[in-house]
Design a protein around this ligand. Structure first.
Ligand code: ADP
Ligand code: MG
Length: 529
C-alpha cells in the first residue's frame, strides 16, 4: 500500500487555516481541493469540474481566505445560483476564515436590502450572492468592485440554467481586470466554455472524472414493484431510518406522494418549484433541524439545496438520465459518511435502469422489498404494548360474544393473530394479497432447470394459441420471445415456462393483464406430487 494522501498542511497553508479546517472535521483534502488549492495560491484562473458533494466550496474558499490581505475592503465576490447555496457557502467560508477573523456575508433577494447594507458596512471581506442581488448592490454603490481580487462562479451550469447569464456578464465586465476568476461547475456546456474564453486568463482545468466520483461508500439498490407507495411504506417501516430525500419526477408526483404518505401516518414535507420562497425556507428549516425526516422533492427543487447527514436517497421515480441519477445520489454519503440510494422501478423501467448503470459506470443491486411479515416483526414490540394496554384496561366485553362464537371453529391463537392482522392492515387484510401470493415459491414449479413454470387461467376454451402466449409475454414483460420455454395449452388453463431471471417480472406484468381480451391470472405452477 503506497497510496500517499496529501494533507492540508502540505498544501502550503497558513497554520491558522489548517487549524480552522481541522476544527471543521476535515481530515484530508478531497481530490478537487488537492488539485485546485495550489493552483489558486499560485495566482491562476481555474476551471473546476466535479460532481456535487466533492468539496468545491472549500476548494476555492480555502485559497481565497488564505490570500486575503486587505481587511478593509471586499476582496472576493462569489456568485451562486440560489439563496440557499449563498447561505451555505457563506457559512463554510466563515468557518474556514474563523481563525483569521475573515467575514463572509451572503446577500440574496428576499431579504431586506437595508439589513444587508448595514452588514456590508460593518466590514466584510468576502461577499457571496445571487447575481440579481449583487447587481442591485453594485448599482447602489453598496458593493465596490475596485478592490476585488477574486471572482468565483459557483455552480455555473445551474446559474446558466436559471437564466442568469446576462447578469453574470454584466458583473464580469465591471470587475477590475487584475483579478483571479474561478469557475466551478458539475457540467461544462458550451455557453460556459464561451464565458471562460471571454473572461478568464489562461485558465487551468481541473476535472475530477465521474469514475473517480462514484462514491464507493454509497450502497445502491433497486426494487421492482408495481405498487411503489406500498413498497416505500414497507421500507419506511423496516430498514429506512434517518434523514431521507425522496425524488419524484413531477410537482404533482411530489404532492400526490406527500398526501399518500400522510394519509398513512408518515410525516413528510414536499419541496417543489411552485412553493414561495417563504414556504421553501420553512420546509428546509424543518428538515435541517430534524423536525421532519422525510423530504420529497423534484430534481429542480432539490437543486442548490445541500444538507449534511442524509442517510438515504430514494428515487421514487427513476431519474430520467444517468447524470440526474448521479446528482441525486450524490446527496447522501457526503464527506465520508455512509449513504444508501434506493431506486424504485416498475417492470417496464428495467431498461432505463440498465442504461443508468452503463453510463454512470455503477452497479445497482436488485433487492426484494421487505415482506408484510418483516414489517410486522419490526412493529412487534409496539403491537405487544398496544395489546397489553387494551388487555389491562379490560374494556372489550362488547366483543366477547363474537370472540366466543369464533372459538367454536378456530383456536384462540388463530383468532388473536387474525384480529391483529386486521388491526394492523385494516381493510387490506381482507384483500387477496395477490402480490405476496404470487411471489411465493418460484422454485419447484415443475419447470426445467433454470425455468419457472407458470399457470395461466385461460386455454383452448378461449381459443388461445402458442403464438398469443409468446407475443403477450414477450411484448408486455419486455423479455426475448426466444427465452420463453415449453408451452402447454389445455382446455381451461395453460402452462408456460419462463427463465427464472424473468419470472417475477412476468408475474408482475402479466397478472391481471389481458391476453386476446381475456383477463388473466398467472401464478407459479405447483409441482405435481
Ligand atoms: P460541492 O460544492 O462540490 O457540492 P461542498 O463544498 O458543498 O460540495 O461539500 C460537501 C460537503 O463536504 C460539505 O458538508 C463540506 O463541509 C464537506 N467537505 C468538504 N471538503 C471536505 C473534506 N476535505 N473533508 C471532509 N468533508 C469535507
Ligand atoms: Mg457547491
Amino acid at each position: 500500500m503506497t497510496t500517499q494522501k496529501e494533507m492540508f498542511g502540505e498544501l502550503l497553508l497558513d497554520k491558522k487555516i489548517v487549524a480552522a479546517i481541522t476544527d471543521m472535521g476535515f481530515e484530508e483534502p478531497s481530490p478537487i481541493q488537492a488539485a485546485t488549492i495550489p493552483l489558486v495560491l499560485e495566482g491562476n484562473d481555474v476551471i473546476g469540474q466535479a460532481q456535487t458533494g466533492t468539496g468545491k466550496t472549500a476548494a476555492f474558499g480555502i485559497p481565497i481566505v488564505q490570500s486575503i490581505e486587505n481587511f478593509r475592503q471586499i476582496s472576493a465576490l462569489i456568485m451562486t445560483p440560489t439563496r440557499e447555496l449563498a447561505i451555505q457557502v457563506a457559512e463554510e467560508i466563515g468557518n474556514i476564515g474563523r481563525t483569521r477573523h475573515i467575514k463572509a456575508l451572503p446577500v440574496y433577494g428576499g431579504q431586506p436590502i437595508e439589513r444587508q447594507i448595514r452588514a456590508l458596512k460593518s466590514g466584510v471581506q468576502i461577499v457571496i450572492g445571487t447575481p440579481g442581488r449583487l447587481i442591485d448592490h453594485i448599482n447602489r454603490g453598496t458593493i465596490h468592485l475596485d478592490h476585488i481580487k477574486f471572482l468565483v462562479l459557483d455552480e455555473a451550469d445551474e446559474m446558466l440554467d436559471m437564466g442568469f447569464v446576462d447578469d453574470i456578464e454584466e458583473i464580469l465586465k465591471a470587475l477590475p481586470t487584475e483579478r483571479q476568476t474561478l469557475l466551478f461547475s458539475a457540467t461544462m456546456p458550451r455557453p460556459i466554455l464561451s464565458l471562460t474564453k471571454k473572461y478568464m486568463k489562461a485558465p487551468k482545468n481541473v476535472t475530477i472524472t465521474k469514475e473517480e466520483l462514484t462514491v464507493p461508500l454509497i450502497e445502491q439498490y433497486y426494487y421492482e414493484t408495481k405498487d411503489k407507495v406500498e413498497g416505500l411504506c414497507r421500507l419506511l417501516d423496516t430498514e429506512v431510518e434517518g434523514k431521507l430525500i425522496i425524488f419524484c419526477r413531477t410537482k404533482k408526483g411530489v404532492d400526490d406522494l406527500s398526501i399518500a404518505l400522510s394519509s398513512r401516518g408518515y410525516m413528510s414535507e414536499g419541496l417543489h418549484g411552485d412553493l414561495s420562497q417563504t414556504q421553501r425556507d420553512r420546509v428546509m428549516k424543518k428538515f435541517r433541524e430534524g423536525a421532519c425526516d422525510v423530504l420529497i422533492a423534484t430534481d429542480v427543487a432539490a437543486r442548490g439545496i445541500d444538507i449534511d447527514n442524509i442517510t438515504h436517497v430514494i428515487n421514487f421515480d427513476i431519474p430520467q438520465d444517468p447524470e440526474s441519477y448521479v446528482h441525486r445520489i450524490g446527496r447522501t454519503g457526503r464527506a465520508g459518511n455512509t449513504g444508501i440510494a434506493m431506486t424504485f422501478i416498475t417492470p417496464r423501467e428495467f431498461r432505463q435502469l440498465k442504461l443508468i448503470e452503463r453510463i454512470a459506470h455503477t452497479r445497482i443491486q436488485r433487492r426484494q422489498l421487505p415482506t408484510g411479515a418483516d414489517v410486522i416483526e419490526r412493529q412487534r414490540d409496539q403491537i405487544i404494548n398496544k395489546m397489553q394496554t387494551v388487555l389491562e384496561l379490560n374494556q372489550y366485553q362488547d366483543y366477547m360474544s363474537i370472540a366466543e362464537s369464533l372459538l367454536d371453529d378456530y383456536s384462540a391463537e388463530d383468532i388473536a393473530a387474525a384480529a391483529l392482522k386486521l388491526m394492523q392492515e385494516g381493510p387490506k387484510a381482507l384483500q387477496a394479497q395477490v402480490e405476496e401470493t404470487i411471489s411465493t415459491d418460484l422454485q419447484n414449479t415443475g419447470g426445467k432447470p433454470g425455468m419457472v413454470r407458470m399457470f395461466l387461467n385461460i386455454g383452448r376454451a378461449q381459443k388461445i394459441t402458442v403464438k398469443d402466449i409468446i407475443s403477450a409475454i414477450a411484448i408486455e414483460a419486455d423479455i426475448p420471445a426466444r427465452s420463453i420455454g415449453m408451452i402447454n395449452i389445455y382446455e381451461k388453463f395453460t402452462f408456460v415456462e419462463v427463465p427464472e431471471e424473468y419470472a417475477e417480472k412476468v408475474l408482475g406484468v402479466m397478472h391481471k393483464n389481458t391476453i386476446r381480451g381475456y383477463k388473466v391470472n398467472i401464478e407459479p405452477a405447483k409441482q405435481k406430487k
